[in-house]
Design a protein around this ligand. Sequence first.
Ligand code: UN1
Length: 468
Amino acid sequence: MNKTDYNIKVNRAIDAQMIWKNAPAPNRGELIRQFGNCLRQNKNELAKLVVQDSKKIIGEAEGEVQEAIDMCDFAVGLSRQLYGLTMPSERQDHKMQEVWHPLGVVGVISAFNFPCAVWAWNHILAIVCGNSVVWKPSPRSLNITKKLKELWDQTVEEFLKTTIVKHTMGDRFNMKDLLQIVEGGNETAEWIADDPRIKLVSATGSTEMGKALAPRVAARLGRTILELGGNNAMLLSQHANLKLALRAIVFSAVGTCGQRCTSLRRLIINEKIYNEVVESLKKIYTNLIIGDPMNSKTLVGPMIDQNAVKKMQSVLEECRKKGHTVFGGEVIEDCYVKPAIVEVKEQDDIVYKETFAPILYVMKYITLENAIRKNNIVSQGLSSCIFTNNLQEAELFTSSMGSDCGIVNINIGPSGAEIGGAFGGEKDTGGGRESGSDAWKQYMKRTTITTNYSESLPLAQGIKFDIE
Ligand code: UN1
């Protein structure tokens, strides 16, 4: 796509938003209710397209589409709950309140690994909040993107048949324009980053990408939501239910072939149970069903491309050179690999880096305080978890003295978050929060309104200023 086409699309998104922002929020929610139903009806087909584009297994792809549907349900309720506060005014017969207004055009830059759900976190909130969306999907996700746009347009047509919006908004309004797809790579992302017409840029990808993008958006005083790299750990205590823990470890380490930002990358095991756990894991890894992602029995599909496979292999080679013990990790054929377990005595530069591959680094800990230090020492801060049935351990890990990540789970792996909570992380993960809780506020602007209904004009802070 060239710059002229890009500009036309952004201008269309602006025109549509100018009208849409005035639609009553519950009416905006009605469109999203209908879109959610449309996603439900098309769930199977959408999931297949997610598999085709991202290569994740069908069960996970269905989960990803479900995440988008859940987001719609959440946003329908939200459309009647975009609450502001009222505050007591210090002045007699005055009222102070805040009202949330739509922001404008929102830019969404999404990655190959969650081509549907992460877009939905942003798009659905943006639309309910009265905005329009310019979406740059990963160049690898064009099949699912096209289908989502087609379903969006179809839902809009249906909606317009029944709604009062068209009547009140006039024919000039093309509601389909609320979603614009801008295809392309880095250059398109840069146009979005530098474009003052785009008020908020929500971007998912590597820390490197975020560090290049954020200063450009900041230079024009735009807003960002960044969801960048993770290096997620599990602390496995001697007080854990090991059966549960093993299932969680394997799902989060090999799910999406290790290519979730929430994938489990580091397993920090109490020394008393270390040997037992590593042996059990090796057994499970040996029997993993690796193959066609469309086969419902498969647990591990292929990696996204040959580059990802090469990167994994070179990291494993580096591990061997450093004297770490590597189990598995071989290439089977094409992009199919065996997930790897790498035993490390101490964390080093390789472990500190996020490698987007099914490599699980395992290590021992002696005291929980030391395990927490190991969890926190990396530069990323997305997700973390502890498996323990010991209350003190769980409370310490979730306290301010515990994990420094945005997501901290107890007896649940680091991946597979629900949409109801705010999703995101600290440090090199970028600090953004998406999907549930009050993440919607970032897609709106806050207006502070003070009203004087008295017969005089008292000034705040008791300032005297008499002109007669
Ligand atoms: C991502 O990998 O960018 O918590 C998002 C999870 C999913 C979302 C992952 N719900 O693993």
